[in-house]
Unconditional design. Structure first.
Lengths: 316, 308
């Protein structure tokens, strides 16, 4: 009897304890560390930049009172020829960069997936992943040297080994405005090749092996097989990569700073470089105006992303 | 005679690969009608890609061991090897050891903090129920489509400036964690989704709190995903350029990639082979980490990290 009462009492406290534990919002507690950084150094800065874009804040004029100027910065940015040309240049690079970044890895993944010998397949995967272990800016430094006219091996081969050009006619990879985007795109493809191939290989692994076999028995040739079975399976991955890499390509800045500098007539002077130069280089550092440049660029990108999502969703 | 002939011809004709002790490859093997051309084509193309991938890395490696006279001739293979550039650049370029230390410090702190955050958050987003979960997910997803790194840098500079953190190398850790937290959380979320709900329920019925469930039961099951998060963050932080360049002005406060990107080759201490030696030292840690962790990294990519 007494034992039963004790058991009942302890069951009661346990139930109360469990009740407390069940009702406590553990989820948010687990999210606290993430959100400290996310809010402090991402969400807040984005909102803060939006606020700055409505002011005439100049970094190097600390004594000048900061005034709210409404939409004036945005009115000026929207008619600023440098901004328009900067967005167009970024779009031009994106158009050149995207097809190679999407389709070369797909082509490669299909070939690796067909290799029967698992050891060879793994070897190629590992090898292709090596560039993705080198951080972006270090890739850019390496390729800046690769394209160098004096030390670079690319022109060494073209001029000294194959004699396709002489020293005067040799391609100025980074200096020639017509070539620079192409040179940068090759570098990006080299860098992203392995990582993107992994995405496609993960997708290819989900195709049941008897599906292509069945189609073959039905008399489908390899080409039809690729479009009807493989490509269809890979389409969701392609769409995700298009959206992700569109965002990367439009907001490229490190490459342009490392390889292009601040020459306003060059193709690498895009809206991102314009924003950075306005905010951090040219006195008196019109940060209000630069913030407006940043937000206009971001909104332009988000509009395209929204359109892409709409188009892709309607396909399903 | 006839017997010998027929045995011989059977061995020739029967379309099976030679039987070895390991028969597992038989499952993958299927008869093909005209394999030869495509198999060769495939291997030629793949080998070509392999050469293209390896060439720049091999080139910079060879440049870093060229003797100085060789450095001005562009032959890929040096006539005379000189391994002294590594020691020279570490001893004679004044800020370099400091830059190296800066990179190591900032990167390791960023990796540890982001990984812990991402494991906790990924777990909560999949296996815990709470109000406002959709809002948390929505905010993190939206941030991945916003060019934060470019657009927010003005305000990040302002924040760090007001906190007096310009030129304090360790202060790079906070924006670095922030920039890769969303993607890291989603990699971990993808991994935790592969863990069945029953396991979480079973642990709860056994009286384990959420923390004990995570550390004791689930963490071993998502270990490959943790490796992916560690590597992704290592690469991102080790090479970050834009913020490091904007927020650090003193050469001694800078990280290695900024120093390398701003060094102009060919002059004085920065003669090409020495520059290349610094470069090789900068990329080696990442490649070693990859060589050690590649097995789990590949598994992690396959298991859930790429289900973005």
């Amino acid at each position: 009897m007494a034992e039963a009462a004790a058991a009942g009492a302890s069951a009661g406290t346990m139930a109360r304890r469990r009740d407390w534990r069940e009702r406590f919002p553990w989820g948010w507690l687990f999210l606290v560390p993430t959100f400290v950084f996310f809010v402090g150094w991402q969400l807040y800065p984005i909102i803060r930049v939006a606020w700055i874009s409505f002011t005439d804040y100049e970094f190097l004029s600390p004594n000048k009172p900061v005034d709210f100027v409404g939409l004036r910065n945005f009115q000026e940015v929207l008619v600023d020829p440098l901004m328009r040309v900067g967005l167009l240049r970024a779009a031009g690079f994106t158009a050149l960069f995207l097809p190679g970044m999407i389709f070369i890895p797909m082509f490669l993944a299909v070939m690796i997936d067909k290799i029967q010998n698992q050891k060879v397949a793994t070897f190629y995967r590992l090898l292709l992943l090596i560039p993705s272990m080198i951080p972006g800016p270090l890739i850019f430094v390496l390729w800046k040297w690769m394209y160098d006219l004096y030390i670079g091996p690319i022109n060494f081969f073209l001029v000294n080994q194959f004699h396709l050009f002489d020293l005067r006619s040799q391609p100025q990879w980074l200096g020639d405005p017509k070539l620079v985007f192409f040179a940068l795109a090759i570098m990006e493809w080299w860098w992203g090749l392995g990582y993107h191939t992994m995405f496609y290989l993960a997708g290819l692994a989900t195709i049941p092996k008897d599906l292509p076999d069945a189609a073959r028995v039905d008399g489908a040739n390899e080409w039809r097989l690729f479009w009807d079975v493989t490509f269809k399976r890979l389409l969701p991955i392609i769409l995700v990569l298009v959206v992700l890499r569109f965002g990367t390509a439009m907001a490229v800045i490190d490459e342009y700073l490392i390889m292009g500098g601040f020459n306003r007539t060059r193709p690498t002077y895009t809206w991102t470089v314009y924003m950075w130069e306005t905010a951090f280089v040219t006195p008196p550092r019109f940060q209000g105006y630069a913030a407006a440049i940043g937000w206009v660029g971001a909104i332009a990108m988000l509009i395209v992303v929204a359109i892409l999502f709409r188009v892709f969703r309607s396909r399903d | 005679m006839a017997d010998v002939d027929s045995t011989f011809s059977i061995q020739e004709v029967v379309p099976y690969p030679p039987v070895t002790a390991d028969l597992s490859h038989l499952d993958d093997w299927k008869p093909r009608t005209r394999p030869d051309f495509w198999v060769i084509f495939r291997h030629v193309v793949l080998a070509l890609f392999a050469v293209v991938i390896l060439f720049p890395i091999v080139w910079v490696l060879l440049l870093s061991v060229k003797s100085l006279p060789d450095a001005y001739k562009n032959d890929i293979w040096p006539k005379k090897f000189d391994f002294s550039h590594y020691g020279y650049s570490l001893q004679k370029i004044p800020t370099l050891p400091q830059n190296f230390f800066n990179s190591v410090m900032v990167t390791s702190a960023t990796v540890v903090i982001t990984t812990v955050c991402a494991v906790l958050a990924g777990y909560a987003l999949v296996h815990l129920d709470f109000r406002g979960k959709a809002v948390a997910i929505g905010l993190l997803v939206a941030s991945m489509f916003f060019p934060t790194r470019v657009t927010a840098i003005i305000a990040i500079y302002e924040i760090q400036n007001q906190l007096g953190l310009i030129n304090k190398t360790w202060s790079l850790i906070m924006p670095y964690v922030a920039l890769s937290i969303a993607i890291s959380v989603f990699i971990m979320r993808g991994m935790f989704e592969t863990v069945p709900r029953d396991i979480a329920d079973a642990a709860r019925i056994d009286g384990a709190g959420p923390m004990r469930t995570l550390v004791g039961v689930m963490l071993p099951m998502v270990a490959n995903g943790v490796v992916v998060v560690v590597i992704v963050n290592f690469v991102a932080a080790w090479g970050e350029y834009l913020l490091a360049n904007t927020l650090m002005n003193d050469q001694s406060a800078r990280t290695l990639p900024v120093v390398l990107a701003t060094a102009s080759g060919g002059m004085g201490a920065w003669v090409w082979p020495r520059l290349a030696a610094v470069y090789v030292m900068a990329i080696t840690p990442g490649l070693i980490a990859f060589a050690i962790a590649q097995r789990w990294y590949m598994k992690g990519l396959q298991e859930g990290a790429l289900k973005a």
